[in-house]
Design a protein around this ligand. Structure first.
Ligand code: ZN
Length: 269
């Protein structure tokens, strides 16, 4: 990894879409009825993110093999390996994968990145490996198969567990945050124009950031509310723009990537 690069080296951020579905607001926003607003559809995208700085390639999340799993009715748009190829990323040459959290749709293809350092929240690791050991993964948002590559990375000395705000690469800082799951990592990236915060599942949709509305799926509702407030505070303090993890409207706000990647990727910064 090009650790010697200074913090001034520009980092580019692409969002790669691999799946989609349509959801009802009242299904995905916690206790939506309390707001007294009309129900409606939200277009939900499934994404991972490619960060490049010089020769270094870092992924945030990996996506999953939708046809092989068929979980919540997601529709495969571009299988992650194809999306990677179109984005010009060779999985064997990825230096680091930051896992936002261990849900199936975020680490399902982690096995592709055999040479990468894996960066994960320690609270996330403790929670899911505890459940695995106790035989309690049935019906959960992740499987033993999903966790195997994390275990392998640990055995090979490639797993870095995060306890607190940490700059994991010059210009890339992760922040552990609870709520949706015990040990989600927010990723803040210094980019050429002000920076980005990849909220991933700490905020799936723009409404959640704007109004600090929690998502229906959470391990701790209070922590989720605190997490949304933290995202807005961090954005105000750093001037960074927050990118929700599953909102199809992100693609309306950012240009398509150049060349062959145009159909699957948007340039966020
Ligand atoms: Zn997700």
């Amino acid at each position: 990894m090009a650790e010697t690069q200074g913090s001034t080296s520009p980092i580019t951020v692409w969002q790669v879409k691999y799946g989609e579905r349509v959801v009802r607001r009242s299904d995905v926003l916690h206790d939506y009825a309390q707001y007294g607003l009309p129900d409606g559809d939200l277009d939900m995208d499934y994404n991972f993110w490619v960060l490049r700085a010089g020769e270094t390639t870092i992924l945030v999340d990996t996506g999953y093999d939708i046809p092989a799993r068929d979980w919540l009715g997601e529709i495969s748009v571009t299988p992650p390996p194809v999306g990677l190829e179109l984005a010009g990323v060779d999985p064997a040459e990825v230096d680091m994968v930051i896992t936002s959290h261990f849900h199936y749709d975020h680490i399902g293809e982690l096995h592709l990145f055999e040479n990468a350092q894996i960066v994960s929240g320690r609270a996330e690791y403790d929670y899911w490996f505890g459940k695995w050991q106790a035989g309690q993964l049935e019906g959960e948002f992740t499987t033993a198969e999903n966790l195997e590559p994390v275990k392998r990375a640990e055995e090979e000395g490639r797993l870095r567990l995060i306890d607190e705000e940490t700059e994991v690469f010059p210009g890339i800082t992760v922040y552990p945050i609870g709520g949706h799951c015990p040990g989600e990592l927010l990723t803040r990236i210094d980019t050429a124009d002000g920076g980005l915060i990849l909220a991933v599942d700490a905020a799936h949709f723009y409404e959640q950031i704007e109004h600090e509305w929690p998502f229906f799926a959470h391990t701790d509702l209070e922590e989720m509310k605190q997490g949304l407030a933290f995202i807005n505070r961090l954005a105000a303090e750093t001037g960074a723009t927050v990118i929700p993890g599953h909102d199809a409207r992100v693609r309306d706000r950012y240009p398509a990537a150049p060349g062959r990647a145009a159909d699957v990727a948007n340039v966020l910064g």
